[in-house]
Design a protein around this ligand. Structure first.
Ligand code: FAD
Length: 408
């Protein structure tokens, strides 16, 4: 097709969408509009090697600038879209520019959940979502500095791990009674607790943050268990899908921009992909919202295919990873609704898998801790929701596919 496709939001999904649109044969105009001043980039290193300074900014980019020139993609970076006019097929930027489009792809991502607590706007309190956030954190990210991380989820814990390696003093404050409680089972939480404690991180579980104190700059984090001294605070307490632009334009939203399996919103010529969407997944039999690179890339491919006239339904087993110290956690599937966990291997060895099993013996998800083979095999297996033999599953010497019952 030869029409104008505008992509709003120049993040990871947008970068993939541009690649796929040209690959699948879109010959018309592509306009990419992003609020951040940077080319589409990968966010995972922001809480890992980019924060520690081991990775250059150029290495984050999905593609170098030359790629967009070669593919004839018009870039409008540092530009926020303020409103969408679906009937008139136009969008308006905050600088008042109007841009006409024939079809639209929304890849708006997420925004961090902010703390509305006393002192939360003191200097030295940071969130971590963008390159600019990291640039603001780095000057205070120095050996000996006292860092308080608010939130014991994967981003907070990745930051804690990098900070210990860089010689900072680290406290992590978490409301729940265990780490990463939203995504992993108690056995995996316990393993990570031990990892962080032996690296010298002070964990404050079942502890709420009540405010911040300091003279212009944060000096103390006030918690339900007392005050913690702080030179630097990094808050990682979750994200919210970026839906305001879509909702204001009249698109259906429900904790995410609602799309179908082809990434089409409630308007037939407006698509959406990535963190901002709520989408159906036929393999899992329900609608969901995901915050992961895999989802951003695959849904962007689906959206590009739809825009190029192909019908390619998006239904894949979700997967995710987190790097903390030398430990790689890889999660395949969604554990929701599990009845029991079967461990493969001994956590004390540093390498094991936690398998989430439904009451009917079906395998729902696998957390692989330094066991990439289990992860790779689980990713393939889970689409069939296999029934497993619990005794065989508990034996790490038996490959995961051989622990499945063949009768069903
Ligand atoms: C620190 C960190 C670590 C992570 N680690 C992992 C990991 O280890 N593994 C993993 O799978 N995932 C990880 N993720 C999640 C992953 O990065 C996201 O799921 C992914 O970036 C989503 O891509 P996206 O394109 O949907 O959104 P984003 O990459 O967030 O891009 C959205 C873009 O849209 C822009 N935008 C929004 N509204 C407008 C507007 N109105 N006008 C113009 N532009 C707009 C935003 O500024 C942003 O640049 C991590 C995320 C973070 C922040």
């Amino acid at each position: 097709m030869n029409d104008t496709i505008a992509i709003v939001g120049a993040g990871h999904a947008a970068g993939q969408a541009v690649i796929s649109l040209r690959q699948y044969g879109h010959e018309g105009r592509i306009v990419l509009i992003g609020e951040e001043p940077w080319l589409p980039y990968q966010r995972p290193p922001l809480s890992k090697q980019f924060l520690s300074g081991e990775l250059d900014q150029e290495r984050l980019y999905v593609k170098p600038a030359q790629f967009y020139r070669d593919k004839d993609v018009e870039l409008h970076l540092g530009t926020r879209v303020e409103s969408l006019d679906l009937a008139g097929r136009q969008l308006r930027t905050t600088s008042g520019e109007h841009l006409a489009w024939d079809r639209l792809l929304l890849t708006l991502g997420s925004q961090v959940r902010r703390l509305g607590l006393p002192g939360a706007d003191l200097e030295g309190i940071h969130y971590l979502r963008s390159i600019d956030d990291v640039r603001a954190i780095q000057p205070g990210f120095k050996p000996g500095a006292r860092l308080v991380v608010v939130g014991g989820g994967y981003i907070g814990l990745e930051v804690a791990a990098i900070a210990r390696k860089a010689g900072l003093e680290v406290d992590v404050v978490e409301m729940a009674d265990r780490l990463m409680a939203r995504v992993v089972c108690p056995e995996v939480s316990a393993h990570y607790r031990q990892l962080h404690e032996s690296a010298g991180v002070r964990l404050h579980l079942e502890t709420g943050v009540e405010g911040f104190d300091g003279d212009g700059r944060v000096a103390r984090v006030l918690t339900s268990a007392g005050a913690l001294p702080a030179d630097l605070v990094i808050v990682g307490v979750g994200i919210l899908p970026e839906t305001e632009l879509a909702a204001d334009a009249g698109l259906d939203c429900d904790d995410g921009v609602c799309v179908d399996e082809y990434a089409v919103t409630s308007h037939p010529d407006v698509l959406a992909a990535g963190d901002c969407t709520r989408h159906p997944n036929a393999l899992l039999g329900r609608r969901l919202r995901l915050e992961s690179v895999h989802n951003a890339l695959e849904q962007a491919r689906t959206a590009a295919a739809t825009l190029c006239g192909e019908r390619r339904a998006y239904a894949q087993i979700p997967w995710f990873w987190s790097d903390q110290y030398d430990t790689k956690l890889q999660i395949a599937g969604l554990s929701e609704g599990y009845e029991r966990v079967i461990l493969r291997g001994d956590p004390a060895s540093g390498s094991f898998a936690a398998c989430y099993v439904h009451e009917d013996d079906r395998l729902l998800a696998v957390d692989a801790i330094n066991t990439p083979r289990d992860f790779m095999q689980a990713k393939k297996l889970l689409a069939d929701r296999p029934r497993i033999d619990p005794g065989r599953l508990a034996d790490p010497a038996i490959a995961l596919p051989e622990t499945c019952r063949t009768s069903d």
